[in-house]
Design a protein around this ligand. Structure first.
Ligand code: TRP
Length: 442
């Protein structure tokens, strides 16, 4: 028997779930939770919600709605770990431990924070205007969510890869200082997540105001479907299903035979009105049983609360012993305990500097030079291919001693722009780390 793989997903408790959330996130996640050989952790990220939502009634309602949605869609709380972040005091405690090892320079580059700063600068404001420390520490809290349960895999969209990298970075620094306590998680990138088109054909998203709420009552569902934008082809005229987002929506919920039938019918001149009626019937048939369950759940918040409390107890059975271990490891322990130091990293595993290559959400290929102690020293420029990035890594390993740094212009190797020094890093440290590669066959 191999040990089960532990998978963890945070669900942001904001907004009312729509059909796009269902097809893109909820449905695949629930299917994944039924896979044998896995332990799935799903939690309501309500501490995270406080960063944006500061209306208490809304915070509470949103948590209720999202919990009811996941349960109504078939998440089985007996099979998975389903809990609310704010019921797990070990998470903020670990977040503080991590905050004390996290590099501020790394957090400066977190996408959400950087976007806020860039917007302020563009508007001629103070760079940190309106930015809370909560937003700044978002990646630290998220790292604690993951590391508190020794999760191995975290399924995320591309926009979240950076957060997982940071969780690894903080976990690695912690382990380096205090011994191997934390498991470094890996991002699982959902490449072919369904993105549904909204009413206007753009991606279904709250920010475009083009959504179909998942549990809209039938009359509203019908009205929304009627408002889907189509071309002006008349009844009887052949239509191009592949250019129609109405058909894309239909296909996302249809069986293959149903989809093929609709495809043929549209080419054969089915009217948009009839197609909309068919879409309504398909969606309503799919959603009605879940909607009914959702409404029953919403009417009994005490049941959901009890489910979440049971989930919290189950989750804390893992997090409490881990945090006990970590408190002792960092030196927060009874004064009567032996005054031992953290174990020194074993000589056999004597850490080496390394290059980490990866692909960013812009589709380009990057690398970092990472110090033996886990600190990132150099961040590369983006490259068109992994080969191109790899070739530069090889040159750095072989001819790294020739690296030069110019303030404001970054790092150059024989005239080629390599990248930039991380905040607070000196060129001397980089050269020292690169020297460790000299003589390696690249
Ligand atoms: N940041 C995630 C999102 O916006 C939500 C989240 C919070 C999360 N904590 C997490 C996701 C831990 C995965 C693991 O979607």
């Amino acid at each position: 028997m191999t040990a089960p793989v532990r998978i963890l997903t945070g669900i942001t408790t904001s907004g009312t779930p729509h059909l796009g959330n269902y097809a893109g996130a909820i449905r695949p996640a629930i299917a994944a939770s039924r896979q044998p050989g896995t332990e799935s952790f799903y939690f309501l990220a309500d501490y995270h919600a406080l960063i944006k939502a500061q209306d208490p009634a809304r915070v509470q309602r949103s948590t209720l709605e999202i919990a009811a949605t996941w349960l109504a869609c078939g998440l089985d709380p007996d099979r998975v770990w389903f809990y609310r972040q704010s019921d797990i005091p070990e998470i903020p405690e670990l977040a503080w431990f991590l905050a004390c090892v996290a590099g501020k320079g790394l957090l400066n580059r977190a996408h959400a924070y950087k976007a806020a700063v860039d917007a302020n600068v563009a508007a001629g404001e103070d760079p940190d205007a309106g930015v809370s420390v909560g937003l700044y520490l978002y990646p630290v809290l998220m790292a604690a969510d993951i590391l508190a349960f020794r999760a191995q895999k975290v399924p995320v969209g591309r926009d979240q890869i950076q957060h997982i990298e940071m969780a690894r970075d903080f976990g690695q620094r912690f382990n380096h200082l205090y011994g191997e306590h934390l498991v470094l998680p890996e991002a699982v990138i959902e490449e072919q997540v369904a993105t549904l088109p909204g009413l206007d054909g753009r991606k279904m998203s709250k920010s475009y105001d083009n959504t179909i709420p998942l549990f809209a009552p039938p009359a509203q569902l019908k009205k929304l479907i009627a408002s889907i934008v189509t071309d002006s082809r008349a009844p009887g005229e052949p239509k191009d299903p592949d250019a129609s987002h109405l058909f894309t929506l239909y296909r996302a919920f249809a069986s293959e035979a149903q989809a093929a039938g609709m495809h043929a019918a549209l080419r054969g001149g089915l009217s948009w009105g009839e197609a909309k009626q068919a879409l309504f019937e398909l969606l309503d048939g799919h959603l009605a049983p879940m909607r009914e369950k959702y409404q029953a759940l919403m009417a009994r918040p005490a049941d959901i609360e009890a489910t979440l409390q049971a989930g919290a107890a189950k989750a804390r059975a893992i997090a409490t012993p881990l945090l006990r271990e970590l408190r002792a490891a960092v030196g927060l322990r009874p004064l009567t305990a032996a005054m031992v130091d953290a174990p020194k990293p074993k000589a056999a595993k004597a850490a080496q500097p390394s290059f980490k290559q990866y692909r960013e959400s812009d589709g380009r290929f990057y690398f970092k030079l990472v110090h033996a102690d886990g600190r990132v020293l150099v961040q590369s420029e983006g490259h068109a291919s992994p080969k191109e990035a790899g070739a530069l890594v090889a040159r750095l390993k072989a001819e790294g001693a020739a690296l030069v740094h110019e303030a404001g212009k970054g790092l150059h190797l024989a005239g080629v722009l390599v990248g930039r020094l991380e905040d607070g890093i000196e060129l001397a440290e980089v050269l020292e780390s690169l020297a460790a590669f000299a003589g390696d066959a690249a």
